[in-house]
Design a protein around this ligand. Sequence first.
Ligand code: FES
Length: 273
Amino acid sequence: MTTTPARPRSAFGAGPRAAISAKTLRTDGWRASPLSIAAILLFFIVYSTIRIFMAKWYFVQPYGYLTPLYSPCLSDSCVAGSSHFGTPFGEFPVWLPLGLAAFPIVAGFRVTCYYYRKSGYRSLWMSPQACAVQEPHKKYSGETRFPLIFMNSHRYFFYLAAAILLINIWDALHAFKGADGGFGIGLGSLIIVVNVIALAGYTASCHACRHVMGGRLKHFSKHPVRYHLWTLISKLNTRHGTFAMTSLFTVILTDAYIMAVSAGLFTDLRIFN
Ligand code: FES
């Protein structure tokens, strides 16, 4: 009688792994997608870090355009008119970013986002790398240990990011100012509104938001409002990746436009007043 040689158990203990020495037999470009998303996220982090330390060109005073990277601006060091929520903090030393209140929240929200997490795990952490690809880690501990246990904070970042979104909406209302102080619309106003819509889509389609709306309910029929909201969010949730990437670029575009107008590279295209 012949016996089958023993093969190593998988990390999950679910069954034997195929006895092949190659790291993978996949020949498709399985690295391309996670690597490109990780590169874009890295670009966003580098760009916004440089910008928040610039401490200039973040506000177009005549039209009320405030870049989202400096909002809310809560210090006495902020340019006059840019503090839509007052200045509870005094002067900041030059090395302290004026957008200190929002940046850690926005960065934490993105880094712990399920969509970006997928790319980060596949391209940087390499656990799991991809289907049918051997990974370098001996054990799989998921998000139960440092540092990945930090990812479980996503739901809290969601609450904070929702508050930042309300602040961004308020900023957008201030961006409809004319040069004479009355009502006005410029290209900057429209760019800011598009950015807020993209951010709202990204925040509302968040998995944590979906859970807040309809999670842990035993009977949808007894909670018709939450069920309706959950249904709505579930539809948005299928487009979460699109919102994640779109809003990343709209934030950069909005900031770059405001920076350029504020620095005097070109003037705002005025549509009304
Ligand atoms: Fe992406 Fe919450 S899952 S923002």
